[in-house]
Design a protein around this ligand. Structure first.
Ligand SMILES: NC(=O)c1ccc[n+]([C@@H]2O[C@H](COP(=O)([O-])OP(=O)(O)OC[C@H]3O[C@@H](n4cnc5c(N)ncnc54)[C@H](O)[C@@H]3O)[C@@H](O)[C@H]2O)c1
Length: 255
């Protein structure tokens, strides 16, 4: 029996087969879950195409986290596919090019604001949108890139990740009494569309190559997907507001 047997899970953010969300959705199905996917705009049709490559084709609902109507109607649209939710995966991140690279103090608010809305605030708004579908317990899992330090070229995406990490703790605090756990996986660098859009992100790959004690593959999303599925499962019943590093041990060493 799989660790997610009988669970119903929304996985937001499948764009390509390289997406962390794709590995998560695949492993979740292999572990017995019923999975619904979401994405938006041009990514929606890509997501629909990729949904066919899962062990079982998953239904796809439209969700742009900047669209209030999408959020307010999400629960009803999900009810067309599932009668409740046991888990939500927030695998969403975006910052405009202007908000990344060097020149951090020069970035205009509108660009930073987009990064915060899509990459941080949306963990709360997505959780709130799914709340009517939760039963006695539920698990919300998001993805971060360790925001305890400042990175080269990551810019306002890094500040947005710090806000995401704080947001997950506030959600954990307020929703814990309802049986909702909220945790993050801090993944090392992976060659997804989101990472490739960051100018100069090859620097991360080089750093991980020499420093990660366990070694690190920038094309292997399986360790991150497995960790997300573990946090969705009943095997972390007393864990919330936590950040699990899936980075080959990079965060634990100096040089
Ligand atoms: N790739 C890495 O190195 C890495 C490392 C640590 C954490 N992460 C995080 O993992 C998560 C998933 O990213 P990924 O690397 O798999 O890349 P990805 O490009 O495959 O996924 C990002 C997803 O965000 C979605 N998205 C963007 N704007 C949206 C919006 N307004 N509404 C709804 N969805 C929107 C995109 O359509 C896409 O599906 C992100 O939070 C990312 O920051 C990535």
């Amino acid at each position: 029996m799989g660790i997610l047997e009988g669970k119903k899970i929304l996985v937001a953010g499948v764009l390509t087969e390289a997406s962390i969300a794709f590995a998560t959705a695949r492993i979740a199905q292999e572990q017995g879950a019923t999975v619904v996917l979401s994405n938006f705009g041009r990514a929606l049709s890509l997501c629909q195409r990729i949904a066919k490559r899962l062990p079982q084709e998953a239904p796809v609902v439209e969700l742009d986290v900047t669209n209030t109507e999408h959020l307010s109607t999400l629960a009803d649209r999900l009810r067309e596919h599932v009668d409740g939710l046991d888990g939500v995966v927030h695998s969403i991140g975006f910052a405009p090019q202007e908000a990344m690279g060097e020149g951090f103090p020069e970035v205009a608010w509108e660009h930073a604001a987009t990064a915060f809305q899509v990459s941080s605030w949306s963990l709360a708004s997505l959780t709130q949108a799914c709340r009517p579908l939760f039963g006695d317990t539920a698990s919300v899992v998001g993805l971060t890139f360790d925001a305890t330090v400042a990175w080269p070229v990551y810019g306002w995406m890094g500040a947005a990740k710090a806000a995401l990490e704080s947001t997950s703790r506030y959600l954990a605090r307020e929703l814990g009494p309802e049986g909702v756990r909220v945790n993050l996986v801090a993944a090392g660098p992976l060659r997804t569309m989101a990472m490739k859009s960051i100018p100069g992100s090859a620097q991360f790959e080089e750093a991980w190559e020499t420093r990660a004690p366990l070694g690190w593959s920038v094309t292997d999303t399986e360790p991150s997907g497995k960790a997300v599925c573990a946090l969705l499962s009943d095997w972390f019943p007393a864990t919330t507001g936590e950040i699990v590093h899936v980075d080959g041990g990079f965060h634990a060493v100096g040089v």
